[in-house]
Ligand binder design. Sequence first.
Ligand code: FES
Ligand SMILES: [Fe+2]
Length: 355
Amino acid sequence: MTETERPTEAGTAPTAWDSVVPRSGEEPPTDRRTAGPGSGPPVPVEELPYELVGRPEPPPVPNGWYAIAPSADVGPGQVLSIVAVERELVVFRTAAGEVSVVDAYCPHLGAHLGGGTVEDGSLRCPYHGWRFDTTGRCVEIPYAEGRIPERACVPSYPVLEQDGMVLFWFHAGGAAPEYEVPLVDERGASGWSEAIEFRSELVASLQDMAENNVDYTHFRFVHGRATLDASTSQFTTDGPFSTVVERFDDDGLTFTRYTWGPGLALLRVPGFMTVHTATTPIDRRHVRLLWNFYLPDATVAVADEIIDGVTGAHGLLADVPIWRDKIFRSRPLLVKGDGPVTEFRRWYEQFYAGR
Ligand code: FES
Ligand SMILES: [Fe+2]
């Protein structure tokens, strides 16, 4: 008997298997978790697909500016299909260089505009050739005479292009942009490297990732650092911006993280590095990272070590399984020494307006 065959003869004692697998003639299941005791070798935990059923929903996608792509990925005439903020989106750039972000589905018969072509400052749908300008308004129906219907629009998003990224504004209630995104001083400045890109996609809720920065006690257990002395650290807010300063006693480095809404931040470690981090929710459980490292002349020779320190086994990768497996507790049990998680949440609440 192979490991996936089941005994079917009369008299076989029923097992947990019997309640989930019909008895005769069917394909054996491929998911061995349902096979019950003794049905095969144990499957290592890391090979099991994740089952999120039964976990509480993470918080919804917050309102804010997010990166949708590096500018260099969207050349003139290019069209990209990207899933972000729980939507299917299409990004395109006209020959004149203007970039636009729109919902993916054509208002006509629903074709995906990601298969379209850029023509004459607009995006032509691949199905029946309707054309939409960079604001999403239909400007041509090639075979219909008379006026273009008012409703022939595809929803579009405000766009900003700066610091090598195409940013778009998402607001669940449809409100206009509520803040400006600061510029990165180090970009293009003398004495600093070009941007060194790091990209990744993770199973994580955006708020969990952001909260990590004010979670002082995890640095010891997850990252093997000295526990942060909360008295040397500060969390301050200013409207949609917040700043956290953290000093680590083991190496004397001071990390200052400027957070610009839920999707963008700048981490400065003087004399060492500046990291411009764009973290975009794909949906409530997944994020896409587009991080640009800028290194001063003093550390550019050890760029690989620095980037690995931030993103590798002692940095980001150490957080990954925690974020992947945790739930979001809306009423966490906090104690003295936990860091300003409550203050952080109070500040973050503003990004859920309009729901
Ligand atoms: S579906 Fe887009 S033009 Fe018909
Ligand atoms: Fe962390």
